[in-house]
Each structure stands twice: as structure tokens, then as C-alpha cells.
Ligand binder design. Sequence first.
Ligand SMILES: NC(=O)c1ccc[n+]([C@@H]2O[C@H](COP(=O)([O-])OP(=O)(O)OC[C@H]3O[C@@H](n4cnc5c(N)ncnc54)[C@H](OP(=O)(O)O)[C@@H]3O)[C@@H](O)[C@H]2O)c1
Length: 305
Amino acid sequence: MTVDVLVTGADGQLGWELQRKAKARKITARALNRTDLDIADKDAVLDAVTTTKPRVLINAAAYTAVDKAESEPDEAFAINHDGPAHLANACRQTGIPLIHVSTDYVFDGTKNGPYCEDDSLAPLGVYGASKLAGENAIRNSLPQHIILRTAWVYGAHGKNFVKTMLRLAETQSTLRVVNDQHGCPTFAADLADATLDIAQRITSETLPIEGYGTFHCTGSGRTTWSGLAEKIFEFAIPDLDKRPAVEGIATAEYPTPARRPANSILDCGKLTHTYGITLRPWQDALANMLQLSLTESANDAKGRQ
Ligand SMILES: NC(=O)c1ccc[n+]([C@@H]2O[C@H](COP(=O)([O-])OP(=O)(O)OC[C@H]3O[C@@H](n4cnc5c(N)ncnc54)[C@H](OP(=O)(O)O)[C@@H]3O)[C@@H](O)[C@H]2O)c1
């Protein structure tokens, strides 16, 4: 079998959107979830790539439990370092490019201003360190790679901050949300579109060397977690029984096992300059996601009647 795109981590937020978007674009995609393919299994990875023969491999699989990673470093590194290393090895052996997704958590968040791709890397926790190790494993073995660093991902499918806020709003009148971490929310559907735009470009033309490498890719603009919570409730209000109050709190008042960067804002200018890709403002994407989710819920309800 020959396919255009092979996707790993198909059941995650991004993996799910990649499948949906690939279908809409009539891209032949084979999407493997964790049961189909464990990316930490070197032989299974090589077997999947050699039998599927994709024109490009997109890795949407990752260990993403930021706090749990502090007590499960071996598991985090097996998936976030060994997995990408195996994928890069299989891509090198079969002569195809790899698009891999990484994170703002490779930075320590102390920079005054948005992070560029070449800024110094200093993860604050195990998750970020494991993702950085994965980036380096790819860089060291496969020149034909694209590493897309993203941040604050949410989508219609999977667990994320937006859905957590909507769930808590059902039972709580006031929500205490961190207001001193800054970043940019990224809609998984928009990230999937950007990823597929790049996949189509790199498989349809001979890419100059500057087309490969590391790129930042988040929604446009910036906010804080409490700013995001406020917007979620503003947009969702027609469908909420009542709008909860959002009380901004400092990170110190909400201790977690993993430390998180205070500044997660990524400068995405290199992606715009190289590929002409700019994700829409985060508020527009959030409104779209909430609209889609509410339409789906309404359709589900109709289906149950
Ligand atoms: N979510 C964010 O806010 C965020 C922020 C910055 C960067 N990123 C990066 O963006 C990418 C996509 O994230 P996401 O939000 O879509 O993550 P996600 O929803 O947690 O999806 C990750 C998927 O990978 C699967 N997986 C875990 N271990 C695997 C293995 N050994 N082999 C194959 N599949 C495995 C998971 O399966 P199980 O659920 O069964 O474990 C899950 O379906 C990741 O690289 C992540 O690091 C995410």
C-alpha cells in the first residue's frame, strides 16, 4: 500500500484533526493510534513505515501528561525521546521527511518577549526535557525534518483546558484561574491545517534547505489562562445556565508537580516568512471551536430523541 501521509498518535487532539482535515482535502492518509503502533517500539515503527510507504510521516503521538511526567520520567522519555528517534530512523531508511510536533515547554519562560526558534532552550520539567530530547534526536539523524513547536492546544476531541472550564462551569460559580502565565491558545484544527499545508508543500516540490528545520506555530495573539477562561465563558454564554466569575490568581497559589514557563509566547514569523502560514487570531479560532462543539452536541441530542 502507498499513502500520501502516515499519522501516528491518531486518537489525540491533533491526530484526530489531522484525519478529519486529510479526508476533507482528499489526501490519502493512514492514521495509526497507540494500539496500532507504539512509537517507542523501534521494530514496529520501521515495519509500519516500510509497509505503508508514505510520502511523509507526521508524528502526533506524545506523552503529554505534564505533571505526571515528573514521577514517570522513564515513560515520558521512552515516548517523547525514543519514539521520535525511531521515527526519524525509519524516515531516514526509507527516504521520506518527518513532520514532528514539539512544545513551548522547551523554554524556561524567562525571556522578555516572544520566543524565536533559536532562543536558548532550558525546560523547567521532565515533559519539556523529554520533548527537547526528541527534537534533538530528530535533528541529529534526519536532515529532512520539520519540527513544529506549538502551545496551549485545544480541540473538539480529547481533553483540554477549554473543555475543563466548560465542565467546571456547570457546578461552580467562581473559578480561580492562573493569570501570570502568558501564551497563545492553538486550535488543533488550525494546527492540523498548517501541518497538512506543509506536508503537501514538501511532497509536491523539492524543498530548499531553509524549508526544513524548526518552526513555531501557534494561534495569533496572546493571553493568560484566566484571559482564555473569560473568553470561553463570553462565547459560550448562550449555552451556559449561568456565567461563572473568573478570579485571577498567581501561579504560586496553584502549585503543581511540574513548573511551567511564565512566558510561553512563540514568535511564529519564520513560519509565515517561509511557508506563508499564519494561524488566525486565537479568539476567532476559539469562537469557531465552541460553535462546532455546540452544533455537534445539539446534533447528538437530536440523534438521541
Ligand atoms: N496539548 C497541548 O497543550 C500541547 C502544547 C504544546 C505542544 N503539544 C504537542 O502537540 C502534539 C499533539 O498534542 P495533543 O494535544 O494532540 O496530545 P494528546 O491529545 O495527548 O495526544 C497524544 C496521543 O499520543 C498517543 N500516544 C501516547 N504514547 C504513545 C505511544 N507510545 N505510541 C503511539 N501513540 C502514543 C496518546 O495515546 P493515549 O491517550 O492512549 O496515551 C494520544 O492519543 C504533541 O507532540 C504535544 O507534545 C501539545
